[in-house]
Design a protein around this ligand. Structure first.
Ligand code: B3K
Ligand code: ZN
Length: 880
């Protein structure tokens, strides 16, 4: 039985394992009504363990134990104890072979952890603690073993049988069954184990490594998806080459496999040699996937591939070290995406996610350090803090060391720890040893939660020609952590003169060759930096490239922001200045009378962006996206969501009316008739056109409607089709909206990934995502409670993106979410716990929201038999 008693695990209690596993021999008998798992573990006592005589304890979860044998002798029930979540054998020698047979029911496994069935195929998900749902095992990442896996199944239903490593033997068995045996030569923790059995088509390609080894690349998908593999395969090859060139990392096995499955709790999984992907994160065609999806797929394929070194060859000692592999690998995949496309756009996208969602997490009741000190359910810690802030922390090391020393550090890390399970501290130590830099204060980034705030002020002395910049850092309290120490923060800076050029940043006498940009290092609570020979009052360009994951406050005037928007040599800060201006304008209208004037500078700035084709179009496309409601809410104190929504809508309406002609001209100027390409320029063109359409339809412009309907009909790609559909859905043209929604569904009803987009476009829109409509979507033939993508695309998108409806004043949105969480908790606790997120920050909101959000959390809390996953999120939220 799975226990719901929440127990807290602490980092400080870490002990080395008492037993090690040298080899694992698995035999799976797969049947329609279950699976029998024969496991043979070659084990020995760990010489480093403090307990040299202790009992053997193996983790288990939802297993039916059939037999146990020690060194070939069957044990009777008096010789072991089956506690459900533990198998205890009191008396074992120093080295032995343990044989355990368990029976499991993959077809009834709705949690999608361990071995389960998805669209008729068997597949696995073992990270973090899913392997214990397959067989009894010391399920912790610092136990690394060599695996051999034999899979037996019906040959006609399951012609493809896959596991990690190389296939070493195959053959037929009686009763139409067959088997394949796989052997993985690399010791690995059990969370990287994988198995797939199904009727899948195989797509093959190959890659020649830098040292000339030929790698077989294979993708396995359902036959209906066989035309959607090319992009992932190409992305894989690009990733393999890039990791060789940028990190000197070569692939190690002879085969690399990717499998697509429809039912998956997250995006993908880096199992050794056998990556398993959520179909929506790997399958793509021009007809069915948007530009965003293409880019996401490239990034996720790269991410999982990069884990082969950062995660698999060098793995985590315990789950508190999760960011060791996740933060580093996100950093690596974002460097890769940046190299493949537009670096500025990639940085903008990363920072948008960080500032909108990670900062919110860091300021809420679930805030935790990049290396947490405790958890109840580790699945709840696959968070934006571990992933995105963790990546920012690595990025700061890269900034502090520079690319060469960083590479020396990563080489040393991989060399020193190959085949080991290590800690974030080992990572930092390798960086220190390779560079000679002292990162002791920097380590606080791993220990202290909360987003540092930099309060910045400046003083210009015309007479002396000096400019003083004072930076004060403060780190807010977070649950369980108060009075934090100042952190080591790289702070990139430029100063603009009146013509918008970078001034030389002269900081000491005789500094003749002064650079135009500097990375200052903040280590104290307050620092004042002095710049000399400054001929005029500069406009500061602060935190260029977003050099640290912090909030910056500085009293910019709107004039300065507009100036930075068009002159800053740092593309990221141009975008950021535009965001700050828009935020300032929208925020000043929150709660203001309807007649309040809207800042003319904003219109002027946007007109300039739209009408000057010589500007970097990829950057312009980003600059024209207004800050999201979620971001505006995050920035506000005691936000009133309806008021923010109205203010933002007002600004959008005003912009669209004022810029109507410019929007039409911009739409027509961009030629999208050529061959579909995924270059930054082509992507920017489609994005700009679709923004123009969205704005025109926001004001129900007739000409815009004609353009949208026409674009919808003529589109040869999903980005344009979806752009038109979204614009129409959000417009007041109800008849057109219903028509295109219907036509879209008819055309793509047999493609689950497209149906998910169709759900999302409706559930994210106030026009089609009212509660009754959401309930209708949930009653739709294509909705499936057992499929996480469907749940996310309707319920998750509703609560995360359709904010005005979700935060309805009567609390109906909150109660609705509480009902869905409670329902889902019985079948899939991981997904249920994720869905709670929008309620967790109840304390931040104005009482009109907060009280009812809290009541919804209490409603969930009071449900009988709550899972550990949801228990932890709800209880911490109510306490925090
Ligand atoms: N490592 C997996 C995530 C596993 C989540 C388990 N609850 C995917 C990734 O980050 O690459
Ligand atoms: Zn990862």
């Amino acid at each position: 039985m799975r226990t719901n008693q929440p127990k807290t695990t602490y980092l400080k209690d870490y002990r080395v394992p008492d037993f090690l596993v040298d080899h694992v021999d698995l035999r799976f008998e797969l049947y329609e009504d279950g699976a029998r798992v024969h496991s043979t573990l070659s084990m020995r006592r760990n010489p480093e363990s403090v307990d040299s005589r202790g009992a053997l304890e193996l983790d288990g979860d939802s297993l039916k134990l059939e037999s146990v044998a020690l060194d070939g002798d069957a044990l009777d029930t008096a010789q072991y104890e089956d506690l459900g979540d533990l198998l205890v054998i009191a008396d074992v020698p120093d080295a032995f072979e343990l044989q355990v047979v368990t029976w499991i029911e993959p077809h009834n496994n709705t949690r999608l952890e361990g071995l389960y069935k998805s669209s008729g195929m068997f597949c696995t998900q073992c990270e973090a603690e899913g392997f214990r749902c397959i067989t009894f095992f010391p399920d912790r990442p610092d136990v690394m073993a060599r695996f051999r896996t034999r899979i037996e199944a019906d040959k006609s239903s399951y012609p493809i049988l896959l596991s990690n490593g190389n296939d070493i033997e195959r053959g037929d068995l009686a009763d139409g069954r067959h088997f394949v045996t796989w052997e993985d030569p690399f010791p690995k923790p059990c969370y990287l184990f994988a198995l797939v059995a199904g009727d899948l088509v195989e797509k093959r390609d190959n890659f020649s490594t830098i040292s000339g080894r030929d790698i077989d690349l294979r993708m396995y998908v359902e036959p209906r998806n066989s035309e959607k593999c090319e992009h992932a395969m190409d992305s894989l090859k690009r990733s393999m080459r890039w990791d060789e060139e940028v990190y000197g990392r070569e692939y190690d096995l002879d085969i690399f496999m990717i499998v697509a499955v429809d039912d998956f709790n997250m995006g993908a999984m880096e199992n050794k040699g056998l990556n398993i992907f959520n179909s929506s994160c790997v399958l793509a065609s021009q007809e069915t996937a948007t530009d965003l999806a293409f880019q996401r797929i490239e990034a996720i394929v790269a991410h999982e591939y990069f884990h082969n070194w950062s995660g698999n060859r060098v793995t985590c000692r315990d789950w508190f070290q999760l960011s060791l592999k996740e933060g580093f690998t996100v950093f690596r995949d974002s460097q890769f995406s940046s190299d493949m496309g537009s670096p500025t756009v990639k940085r903008i996208e990363d920072v948008t996610l960080l500032r909108t969602a990670q900062f919110a997490e860091d300021g809420g009741p679930m805030a935790h350090p990049v290396r947490p000190a405790s958890y109840m359910e580790i699945s709840n810690f696959y968070t934006l803090t571990i992933y995105e802030k963790g990546a920012e922390v690595v990025r700061m090391i890269h900034t502090l060391l520079g690319p060469e020393l960083f590479r020396k550090g990563s080489d040393l890390y991989f060399e020193r720890h190959d085949g080991q399970a290590v800690t974030t501290d080992d990572f930092v130590k390798a960086m220190e040893d390779a560079s000679g830099r002292d990162l002791s204060q920097f380590r606080l980034w791993y220990e202290q939660a909360g987003t540092p705030v930099l309060n910045i002020s400046d003083r210009y002395d015309e007479q002396a020609g000096t400019y003083n910049l004072t930076v004060e850092q403060a780190i807010p309290d977070t649950p369980g952590q108060e009075d934090k120490r100042p952190q080591h923060i790289p702070f990139a800076l430029g100063l603009l003169d009146g013509s918008g050029n970078d001034m030389p940043l002269k900081m000491a006498d005789g500094d003749d060759d002064a650079p135009a940009e500097r990375v200052l290092e903040l280590t104290e609570t307050s620092h004042t930096f002095e710049f000399n020979d400054v001929s005029e009052r500069p406009v500061p360009s602060l935190l260029r490239q977003f050099s640290a994951p912090v909030r910056v406050t500085y009293p910019w005037t709107r004039e300065q922001l507009q100036f930075l928007m068009s002159h800053d040599s740092d593309g990221f800060n141009r975008w950021d200045a535009g965001q700050r201006l828009a935020v300032d304008v929208i925020s000043s209208l929150v709660g203001a009378p309807d007649k309040a004037e809207i800042e003319p500078r904003l219109v002027a700035a946007y007109r300039h962006l739209m009408s000057d084709p010589s500007l970097d179009q990829a950057l312009v496309a980003k600059m024209l996206q207004l800050p999201s409601e979620a971001y505006l809410i995050e920035l506000a104190d005691s936000p009133d969501v309806q008021a923010i929504h109205r203010a933002r809508e007002r600004v959008l309406t005003h912009l669209a009316i004022s810029l109507r002609e410019d929007l039409l001209a911009c739409y027509r100027r961009i030629d999208c008739t050529g061959v579909y390409e995924l270059t930054p320029v082509a992507i920017a063109g489609r994005s700009l056109r679709n923004t123009a359409l969205a704005w025109l339809l926001h004001i129900d412009d007739e000409e815009g409607r004609d353009l949208a309907v026409n674009q919808f009909r003529e589109a040869d790609n999903m980005t344009d089709r979806m752009g038109a559909l979204r614009a129409l859905v959000n417009s007041g043209f109800a008849a057109d909206r219903d028509q295109v929604l219907e036509a879209f569904y008819q055309q793509f009803s047999d493609d689950p990934q497209v149906v998910e987009q169709w759900f999302s476009v409706q559930s994210s829109s106030p026009a089609t995502g009212g509660l009754d409509q959401i309930r209708q979507l949930m009653a739709h033939e294509a909705f499936d409670w057992k499929n996480p993508n469907k749940v996310r695309s309707v319920i998750g998108v509703f609560a995360g993106q359709n904010l005005a409806t979700f935060h309805a004043a009567d609390g109906s949105g909150y109660r609705f979410l509480a009902d869905q969480v409670s329902r889902l908790d019985d079948s899939n606790p991981q997904i249920a716990a994720r869905l709670v997120t929008p309620l967790t920050r109840w304390k931040k909101f104005a009482p009109v929201h907060g009280d009812q959000m809290k009541a919804a959390l209490e409603q969930i809390r009071d449900k009988q038999g709550l899972s550990r996953d949801v228990y932890e999120v709800v209880h911490k939220s109510l306490a925090g």
